[in-house]
Design a protein around this ligand. Sequence first.
Ligand code: ATP
Ligand code: MG
Length: 566
Amino acid sequence: MTAPKAPLPSDPPPSKDFIRDIVEDDLRSGKHAGVVTRFPPEPNGYLHIGHAKSICLNFGIAHEYGGRCHLRFDDTNPVKEEVEYVDSIQEDVRWLGFDWGDHLYYASDYFGQLHDWALQLIRDRKAYVCELSAEEMRLHRGTLTEPGKPSPWRERSVEENLDLFARMRAGEFPEGSKVLRAKIDMAHSNMNLRDPVLYRILHQHHHRTGDQWCIYPTYDFAHGQSDALEHITHSLCTLEFEVHRPLYEWFIANLPVPSRPRQIEFSRLSLTYTVMSKRKLLQLVKENHVEGWDDPRMPTISGYRRRGYTPESIRNFCSQIGITKFKGLTDVGVLEHCIREHLNAIAPRAMAVLDPLKVIIENYPEGQVEEMEIANHPSHPEVGTRNLPFCREIYIEREDFMEDPPKEFFRLGPGREVRLRGAYFLKCHSVIKDDSGKVVELRCTYDPETRGGNNPPDGRKVKATMHWVSALHAVPAEVRLYDRLFNVESPEGGDDDFLSLLNPDSLKILSGCQLEPTLARAVPGDRFQFERLGYFSVDPKLSRPGSPVFNRTVSLKDSWAKVKGQ
Ligand code: ATP
Ligand code: MG
């Protein structure tokens, strides 16, 4: 048994929930000697933040109670599954901080055993080959208020069923012509027990079993039995499987399985301004509405990773939202808050000017360069300081200047004085414009008695501290700003085509940014707080050595409601 990798010591203690209560009861009563869980993704897309909730729950419980958690690919549908997804899923689970040790499994590993069990159900007169078309089968199923009608093929002999099932397997029949169904109860109040399909014919190549099979088990027939084969004790799934539970239990009761797992349901995560259906995420990728599964605007783990989110903050988010049976919509602001909180603690500070306006400091000696020593983190002196060059020409943020500032604007304007972070007081004297009237340069002076940004001996005070970079030393760079991918709170909820709800301004590419020189050395994985602007990280795909491209990971404050409400 491999112990899961320990969550970082910074992880908050897990909170209790009804599933952990059940697990504790089962361990206390001796029903189980240890806990075994599993995370069972279907490899038909990349993992998203909803999957992270399930991963943190399954691996978290295994870790907390000294058990183990399996990673099992639920690969029963060869039509939509791809090896690319199998690889990305493993990378994402590991990146989140979890380890399945030797316990990597595939539902397709059990195809032989599942087939044997299907034969056993036929011999026990509990399964039959049905030749109704999909449409006829639907009509025979009845409704929630009316019982179903038995299939005309329901009473075939065991011999005939064995023969037909063998021929289905041998590839004699076309897709859709026959299925194997369990013989349970066509009048059952739970529609899932009205003779559910166990096997369908699919003349499809499978990414692992190749062309060995042309009949494939359904999710319902494969899932619980896979759990039982792996001695899973608690099979945790989302609420839509609640109505499947009686069928899960029927198979366990009617087959000679080696263990008896228990299925427990919890509510899935839904986030505001986010779609999480894999079908829709795939459509966004295939139709190029985003730059791929790992586009930083996607709610995928790989998108968040590229955007600069940390695994710790995602785990913390999953712990904060907790596990319940209530359906709900979680504010995406809660996730962003967790990212911000973590980055505030760990991200060194840096100065970057996204929309540069040049300033000439007229009384600063030509050709002189000073090194200004600036703290890397306001509350963590142990991360040290860095030296930034200061000279006669600097850039400030264009929006930090107004030619005719209103009273409540405390930043730079003609005749006004501000503090340049860690450098000097700066006073503006005149404005230079181009032919169109656009301000292109400011003429200022500095006060040599304010070195380090300290107040002058005369006690003069200023109301604003601004970021800056030396124009002669700055590193030009591209910075990408992201906004929510959708304009409405529930893009999945309404009748509208979700594509019509895409936010056209979700990506802004700023190409003329000027960064402090230390940022030329930033490499993928590095994250910074750009003073006054937000948290930014180095894009692992677009950056080149010495020439980083930055993504805004998250803004400093949640400004969405305010901005959009104006
Ligand atoms: P589909 O079945 O449509 O492909 P899915 O979201 O169920 O989509 P799976 O790969 O089957 O995808 O999911 C793997 C596991 O993650 C399942 O146990 C599932 O219940 C869980 N899961 C999926 N989406 C969420 C979510 N939004 N919140 C919590 N758990 C989720
Ligand atoms: Mg699923």
